[in-house]
Design a protein around this ligand. Structure first.
Ligand code: NAP
Ligand code: MG
Length: 402
């Protein structure tokens, strides 16, 4: 069979530990034999980030801006223990944080559904995608502890020097106070990223805040979403036959549980943080959750939602057999290849990505899976295989489909 050609390169961001091992296996077993794979390679492994003073992370983000599509392996975010383990010059920042800050994106997380791994919520039939606003609120807060007898106020000093103040609380007892902010421009980008993604996926989008209690702050999110929807997206949504729906966060939570899935749930930063953990767990396994960062300019960076699976890596280094789930990392590759194909009008590339996903799902539905899924699967004929055998089994299914 002739290899499928690519015209524009993908930005390839390599990473750390077990996912770095899986990364190479996926390329060797499932991509290079079938594809004339074109990538611009950036090694975001911690060793190389340290060697380049983290410049490689910044360069990879700018390359994503240039080419439009990237695929990223999970990476270590260093802590004190990693400083010694890797003899780091500095405690480098989270690569995802650096990339997100440059691309100004929204993160969409979607579970991969397979027969035999039943969601804990029995009426969920289709995936629920969480769209998380990745700027501001409590993630950029300022906090103080307040002694008894103190008064806390909000004070804004405007560009012309005039001031506006509001009383927060007169503290009879000691307590705490917190200042948070967001930006209209960031909320607008978030809204556009959500609406574009809904059109891309042809799925309804829900958005919810606590605007009944937070009449200025949360209400601003609601108003900006409504304004952008009405002026820029309503007619496109009607043409696509999809819906934008706003409700109170309490109501959204209840409806999500009663729903059958198949929509995008846009969340403010904190709601998205905690709800994505809930949705991922309720659908089954972290190894089955993909993630894509979409920027307002329309660049896409695909990755797995899980980390570098350190515990498995140390077993691997000792020569022990591992059974690490490569599905989310594989779907990061297929997502990126399909998007590259769409942008380049390369139909064979899109169809290869579709078939590779189909082969992966069929493998699991035929009962061949990694240990994490084996523990959850309700299939009668299930069997647990090691990391590499699993990928080779997918290749057999892929050959049959091609
Ligand atoms: P993790 O790598 O997601 O792993 C946590 C545990 O979840 C694993 O020990 C494993 O459980 C299970 N697991 C996760 N992915 C799996 C898979 N594909 N197959 C099978 N089991 C899987 O999280 P972590 O241990 O908290 O973090 C490890 C490193 O990853 C850290 O250095 C962190 O900074 C980094 N990290 C990176 C990203 C990213 O790049 N996006 C995200 C999160 C964390 P068992 O051990 O019970 O089998
Ligand atoms: Mg979280």
């Amino acid at each position: 069979m002739e290899k499928i050609k690519m015209t524009t390169p993908l930005v390839e961001m390599d990473g750390d530990e077990m996912t770095r091992v899986i990364w190479k296996m996926i390329k060797d077993i499932l991509l290079l034999p079938y594809l004339d794979l074109k990538t611009e390679y950036y090694d975001l492994g911690l060793v190389h980030r340290n060697e380049t003073d983290d410049q490689v992370t910044v360069d990879s983000a700018y390359a994503t801006k240039k080419y439009g599509v990237a695929v990223k392996c999970a990476t270590i975010t260093p802590n004190a223990a990693r400083m010694t383990e890797y003899q780091l010059k500095e405690m480098w920042k989270s690569p995802n944080g650096t990339i997100r800050a440059i691309l100004d994106g929204t993160v969409f997380r979607k579970p991969i559904i397979v027969k035999g791994i039943e969601p804990y919520v029995s009426n969920w039939k289709k995936p629920i995608t969480i769209a998380r606003h990745a700027y501001g609120d409590i993630y950029k807060n300022t906090e103080l502890t307040v002694p008894a007898g103190a008064t806390a106020e909000l004070l804004i000093t405007k560009a012309d020097g005039s001031q506006e103040r509001a009383l927060i609380h007169e503290f009879k007892d000691a307590g705490i106070v917190q200042g948070v902010h967001n930006l209209d421009s960031s909320i607008r980008s978030f809204a556009r990223a959500c609406f574009n993604f809904a059109l891309d996926q042809k799925e309804d989008i829900w958005f919810a805040t606590k605007d009944t209690i937070s009449k200025k702050y949360d209400h601003r999110f609601k108003d900006i979403f409504a304004e952008i929807y009405e002026t820029e997206y309503q007619s496109k949504f009607e043409k696509a036959g999809i819906e934008y729906f706003y409700t109170l966060i309490d109501d959204a939570v209840a409806r999500v549980i009663r729903s059958e899935g198949g929509f995008i749930w846009a969340c403010k930063n904190y709601d998205g943080d905690v709800m994505s953990d809930m949705v991922a767990t309720a659908f089954g396994s972290l190894g089955m959750m993909t993630s894509v960062l979409v920027s307002p300019e329309g660049t896409y960076e695909y990755e797995a939602a899980h980390g570098t699976v350190t515990r498995h890596y140390y077993k691997y280094l000792k020569g022990e057999i591992t059974s690490t789930n490569s599905i989310a990392t594989l779907f990061a590759w297929t997502g990126a290849l399909r998007k590259r194909g769409e942008l380049d009008g390369n139909t064979p590339l899109c169809s290869f990505a579709d078939k590779l996903e189909q082969a992966a799902i069929q493998t699991i539905e035929d009962g061949i899976m990694t240990g994490d899924l084996y523990r959850l699967s309700t299939l009668p004929n299930k069997r647990s295989v090691d990391t590499e055998t699993f990928l080779k089994e997918i290749a057999l299914h892929l050959d049959a489909l091609l």
